[in-house]
Design a protein around this ligand. Structure first.
Ligand code: NAD
Ligand code: DAU
Length: 371
């Protein structure tokens, strides 16, 4: 198959592309605008593969998108391009409306035009797989209920409202025009190559530098964590075996309070990178009046996120029952691997922090006029 992936330079998209190139014979065209969250260095292990190509295109640019379809002639499409960070959506919602709603609309229209002209059997086997989030369901306030595929939508943030809108557009394009769509709604991902604005990489990297570990509110909100490579396998399973028009929830059965996640990260770091061997962090902590004996000393409770969702928890029984998918990693195994990955890959992190990867992009791809 020829698989068009949007947002393939992001955290999950890059895991999906690495999975496809490493474990299948399919070809991938990665369409990405390369915003601050897009990093081609996350694809270094596959970028020389002859089954991989990259096009720097903004999904809001319909003409450029149509050209990619014309040139690559995809058999199927996986749509991951999005603005993805809730706090940024609160600060500035415009980009979220533009990319997540208008961009998805553009992609649906370009895909529909392309699909309409396909002959059989390609027309019947074409898939538009839209990758979405459990945040469209809003939040849960008790400790036992779970989000199912039938849970009514009730998004809370500009980010989740924009993702909910895009899900509605995708369903409408299936019902009205017959476009063969699939939707997945997944819980919080974590793992290698995660941009350090999100909780888990932020805590690991701040701790390693002896900086405060910001915990919003009381830290009692609950998230359901899934290792990113398990998500990539689930997406491939849905793409290849999912029923057209269906939605599948994806989750890891790993509900954790934020404060417990932060404390777990601190204790893994105490073991893998003790403060006694991290003189810079230790000195920074002592300068702030801390003892510098354990990373937990750095925990700092800060102002809560406006409209902060209390609890997310996914019922993933449909994808498990119908498509035979299950996560391989427990939270305990996945979080340890993740911490180890950040310890083993300081140059990936350094180049993000210094902005070097962005300067490289500018040099490699010019002023971005193609996007
Ligand atoms: P990310 O922010 O790491 O990556 C997004 C990618 O999209 C980046 O490479 C960026 O350059 C690209 N992009 C942004 N705007 C674009 C545009 N206009 N045109 C083309 N490319 C553009 O996001 P992620 O965490 O990898 O999430 C990927 C998808 O999965 C998103 O749709 C998100 O809503 C969804 N999702 C994420 C999670 C999670 O925990 N991270 C969980 C469930 C669902
Ligand atoms: O549930 C899926 C969603 O998970 C995805 O759709 C989003 O794209 C993804 O960003 C993620 O959203 P969250 O808001 O849950 O993730 P984040 O890592 O930003 O925050 C996780 C929790 O930790 C959340 O309750 C807020 C809290 N938090 C976050 C940060 C960045 C803190 O307490 N301190 C922080 O500094």
């Amino acid at each position: 198959m020829k698989i068009l992936v949007t947002g393939g330079a992001g955290f999950i998209g890059s895991a999906v592309i690495r999975h496809i190139i490493d474990h299948t014979e399919h070809s991938v065209c990665n369409v990405d605008k390369l915003t601050y969250a897009g990093n081609l260095e996350s694809l270094a292990s596959v970028s020389d593969n002859e089954r991989y190509c990259f096009r720097r295109v903004d999904i809001c640019n319909r003409a450029a998108l149509a050209e990619v379809f014309h040139e690559f002639r995809p058999d199927v499409l996986m749509h991951l391009a999005a603005e993805s960070h809730v706090d940024r959506s609160i600060d500035g919602p415009a980009a979220f409306i533009e990319t997540n709603i208008v961009g998805t609309y553009n992609l649906l229209e370009v895909a529909r035009e392309y699909w309409n002209k396909l002959g059989e059997p390609n027309k019947s086997t074409f898939r538009f797989h839209h990758i979405s989030t459990d945040e469209v369901y809003g939040d849960l306030h008790d400790t036992s209920s779970l989000f199912t595929e039938a849970t009514p939508y009730a998004p809370s943030s500009p980010y989740s409202a924009s993702k909910a809108s895009s899900d509605h557009l995708v369903r409408a394009w299936k019902r009205t025009y017959g476009l063969p769509t699939l939707i997945t709604n997944c819980s919080n991902n974590y793992g290698p190559y995660h941009f350090p604005e999100k909780l888990i990489p932020l805590i690991i990297l701040n701790a390693l530098q002896g900086k405060p570990l910001p915990v919003y509110g009381k830290g009692d909100q609950v998230r359901d964590w899934l290792y990113v490579e398990d998500h990539a396998r689930a997406l491939y399973q849905v793409l290849t075996c999912g029923q057209v028009g269906e939605t599948y929830n994806v989750g890891g059965h790993n509900e954790k309070k934020n404060i417990d996640v932060v404390k777990t990260l601190c204790s893994i770091l105490d073991e893998l990178k003790p403060l006694a061997s991290n003189t810079a962090a230790c000195a920074a902590m002592r300068a702030s009046g801390l003892e510098g004996k354990a990373y937990e000393e750095l925990i700092s409770y800060v102002k809560d996120r406006p409209g902060h969702d209390q609890r997310y928890a996914i019922d993933a029984s449909k994808i498990e029952r119908e498509l035979g998918w299950k996560p391989d990693e427990t939270f305990e195994s996945g979080i340890r691997k993740t911490v180890q990955w950040y310890l083993d890959n300081p140059s990936w992190v350094e180049r993000i922090k210094s902005g070097a990867y962005q300067s490289w992009l500018d040099k490699q791809y010019g002023d971005g006029s193609q996007a």
